[in-house]
Design a protein around this ligand. Sequence first.
Ligand SMILES: [Zn+2]
Length: 319
Amino acid sequence: MELIADPVALTLEHLFAKQYYATMPRRTNVACLPSGIHRKLTGCLPSASTTKSGTLRHMLEAPLSDLQVANLSSFLRSEAMSLQPSRGPLPVGQVLDRLGVSLSVASELAGKAHGILRLNNGSWEIVLPAPNSADPERLSPRHRFTVAHELGHMMLYSQGVQRARDRRAYWQIEDLCNAFAGQLLMSDVELDEAFPRDADISARELLVRTKLLARRLLVSFEAAGRRVTTHVARSAFVRIKVSEAKPPRFVILWATENERWLESGRGKHIGADHTLFGLVSDKQLTMRASIRELDLPPTAIIASQWTNPHLDVAARITT
Ligand SMILES: [Zn+2]
């Protein structure tokens, strides 16, 4: 069963919410998450969530308005800027110390959760699954993103924004937390240096610089790609999994674009009618570790690179 359709850190909340929402009609705002699940998400019973600042209101019943989203977005953005160094990787340990958040490891998190945020005796705690280290300076890029994402939830709690039980509100909050994580881990200064506003960036350079940025800032290619598409106009990235089946299968692991191009999300199978089918079915192109640039008329110029077992694609959208 495909539970995760969203290109975000896979946390317990996603897993439960997706399962939960999958069984509920669109009007979910009169329903309630089972208290056991709520407790797993927050560490508290649904009606008794408390923080240092007092009792939290109940979970979000309805979507946020556009104005609320805009206000929260700018709040998170300024929080990210105040916490990050202008250059270099985010010192996660220092940030957690500054915010009074502890990091721990649990041998078992439900499902395939990448991490959870919970209140532990009034203090926030982020729990990662074993065999991670609880040393914040030794986290994988994936878990650095998870920690940053969960800090976004914590900040939203500070603004009275709870976990959502309305489906749309849920994804509004996830989007806000993902954007916050990207901004926290990758500063505007780093982006401006990698992609100067007046520079004409080729597809090849888009791919090369994004991978360098990811390596330099200790984030995943996916996190870097998503952040870069907010900065570089007409840019897109796709990571494709190539299976060893015969004939091989090509599945989009994640994709991001800042202008309509592929409109193919996670899990999409690349079939004969897909724009990228010609690329992926050409073995000469697919299995090349060196970067190849290719005109993909009429919509893009792309650069591709084989990083076994993935084919990574960066695109400059031309229309
Ligand atoms: Zn989340």
